[in-house]
Design a protein around this ligand. Sequence first.
Ligand SMILES: NC(=O)c1ccc[n+]([C@@H]2O[C@H](COP(=O)([O-])OP(=O)(O)OC[C@H]3O[C@@H](n4cnc5c(N)ncnc54)[C@H](O)[C@@H]3O)[C@@H](O)[C@H]2O)c1
Ligand SMILES: [Zn+2]
Length: 343
Amino acid sequence: MAQVIIDNISNSLGSFLEGKYYSKIVVLVDEHTKKFCYPIVKSNLPNHKLITIKSGEHNKTIATCQSIWEQMTNFELDRHSLLINLGGGVIGDMGGFCAATYKRGIDFIQIPTTLLSQVDASVGGKLGIDFLGFKNHIGVFSLPNAVLIDAFFLQTLPKNELRSGFAEIIKHCLIRDKNKWNEIKVKDLINQDLADLIKHSVEIKKAVVAEDPTEKGLRKILNFGHTLGHAIETFYLDKGKKRLLHGEAIAAGMIMESYLAFEKKMIDEKTFLDIEEFLFTVYGRVEIDQIDFENILALTQQDKKNKGKIVRAAIIDGIGSCQYDVSLSKKEMLRALQYYKGI
Ligand SMILES: NC(=O)c1ccc[n+]([C@@H]2O[C@H](COP(=O)([O-])OP(=O)(O)OC[C@H]3O[C@@H](n4cnc5c(N)ncnc54)[C@H](O)[C@@H]3O)[C@@H](O)[C@H]2O)c1
Ligand SMILES: [Zn+2]
């Protein structure tokens, strides 16, 4: 398990680098993290190079990887080099993938700077890129040498990005911690104790991943909300203005999958209505056109959790408890979409 340090970045970076000798250090940023986060990191690093890529999920591609690999090659990075991924989940997933494959793998650390990447993407060793419109279609499991988390970076994060990351925190509570759910569900996002919630989420994700690193079983519970959520996110990936942030799609997915939990009598009505009310209050309702239901359902077929043609999802069977490999029929998922839309 990678070492996760939640601390002030100058402390954590200092202690990570202490006693290590890297032949070269490169920091990977996008234009936003270059502006807002890099100045803080720069002053805590010895001599290093910088690679800047364009921000956004649509740049999480093999073409961007090629440009990163090319610059790593031009900088003459050898196998004793370090890549520091400074940014959100896109930088972490793609930079990690580039590091894990460059010369069959060099050291890399994740410094996640969005809430989503701090509570989710930076823990668990999943790396990769999107391909042919499919999310995280090409990738590997490989652990970073360390994950350094500092909530200070969140100060410059746009509000909608913060809200997107909060969805993963909610997910962690729903699948693993009833008490925490009871604490968060009565507060607005701005009144949440984020520093505490980041620590809480990281602990949950670490514990689940430690039991099942390669997602043969238990780890699948982290996909709650993601079967339909991912399909919706993927569907809107190339829809310009209607594009959804990951957490916004997952929030919608959690409502739909909780509805299916209720339909399957895995949770009672009151529990379902509680979840639905909180998620609608924080996220509102995503506008999904009925005409798109078929295409969204078709995308659930691509889900990496499936076995053959059967869609398998993680579905809660109580607050703080979740089952995995629950088969979902197309009809059930259609009903969930219809329910969510209110038809
Ligand atoms: N590997 C995993 O286990 C895992 C888990 C969940 C999500 N993901 C991946 O994570 C990605 C989403 O990550 P994300 O939500 O962090 O998106 P992101 O990396 O696109 O970052 C969101 C935006 O915030 C900007 N930004 C980042 N830090 C900032 C800061 N401190 N101040 C101001 N702006 C800042 C970025 O430049 C970008 O524009 C998806 O590609 C998803 O597939 C991976
Ligand atoms: Zn997610």
